[in-house]
Write a protein that binds this ligand. Structure first.
Ligand SMILES: [Zn+2]
Length: 261
């Protein structure tokens, strides 16, 4: 591997980890209905100590402190670390897979919003409409350089993603909620219609692979509410990295920006 490539993959990891750290804070503040855009410093949940800049270095500070607050030694929820690590891995994979090309922007938009929706869904059971619509808006902006066909592809993806989940909500009366349908508006706008189909397929496959064994092992009950946002998010991320192969194999072009490198 060339040195430049290694450096850019490392930078992708660092950018992803910082993004993950920021999103974790934003998601938790959103769930707690606190404002998160101010310059208010993060504090330890237990003792209220203000975190120093060192405490905020993603991944490294968690490892150095062995997952504990420096003052009161209480455990820091591993969610912080997991969000940073997931962000780092997706960031590094994105740079490795796309190189410094336009789809990299799409990859990072997905990373940003999929992590956010997963965290709020796990923490509170909510996917926030405002964030779902923000993803759609950002996605259409990112599609502008692709011209009208790219915008139409995004609109078709958004409509398809919404309609598919809405139909399930309507038929199943529970299990999935309108939050999931709204989430797919953003995913569809970003991915375009072909990758939206693949996202849904991979999302449901992932949920089946994880949820069905848990049901069999009786770790969860059929009636337990399962947060499906994280599975839809996993489907979206997986679709980004497998779409070219799968649709290439089927003889379809994915359209701008996915096919243009
Ligand atoms: Zn503390």
């Amino acid at each position: 591997m060339e040195v430049m490539e290694s450096i850019s993959i490392f930078l992708g990891f660092a950018a992803g980890a910082v993004t993950g750290s920021f999103i974790n804070a934003a998601a938790m503040r959103t769930v707690a209905e606190k404002k998160w855009w101010g310059n208010e410093r993060s504090v330890c949940d237990k003792c209220g100590r203000q975190l120093s800049s060192f405490d905020l270095i993603p991944i490294i500070s968690y490892l150095v402190l062995q997952g504990r607050c420096r003052t009161c030694r209480s455990f820091i929820p591993p969610r912080h670390f997991i969000a940073e690590l997931a962000g780092g891995i997706i960031g590094a994979l994105s740079v490795w897979y796309w190189g410094i090309e336009y789809p990299l922007i799409f990859s990072f938009i997905a990373l940003f919003f999929m992590l956010f929706h997963s965290l709020t869904d796990i923490e509170s059971g909510y996917i926030y409409d405002s964030w779902a619509l923000a993803m759609a808006a950002v996605s259409f902006l990112a599609r502008l350089p692709g011209g009208l066909p790219a915008l139409i592809d995004g609109a078709m993806g958004a409509a398809l993603g919404f309609a598919f989940i809405y139909a399930i909500v309507f038929v199943s009366r529970g299990g999935m909620g309108m939050g999931d349908a709204m989430m797919m508006v953003g995913v569809g706008a970003l991915m375009g219609w072909k990758l939206t189909v693949l996202s849904l397929y991979l999302g449901f496959m992932t949920s089946g692979v994880i949820v069905i064994p848990l049901l069999i092992a009786k770790k969860i009950n059929r009636k337990d509410a399962v947060a499906l946002g994280p599975y839809l998010a996993a489907g979206c991320i997986l679709a980004i990295f497998t779409g070219r192969y799968i649709f290439g194999y089927l003889g379809f072009s994915l359209g701008w920006p996915w096919s243009n490198i």
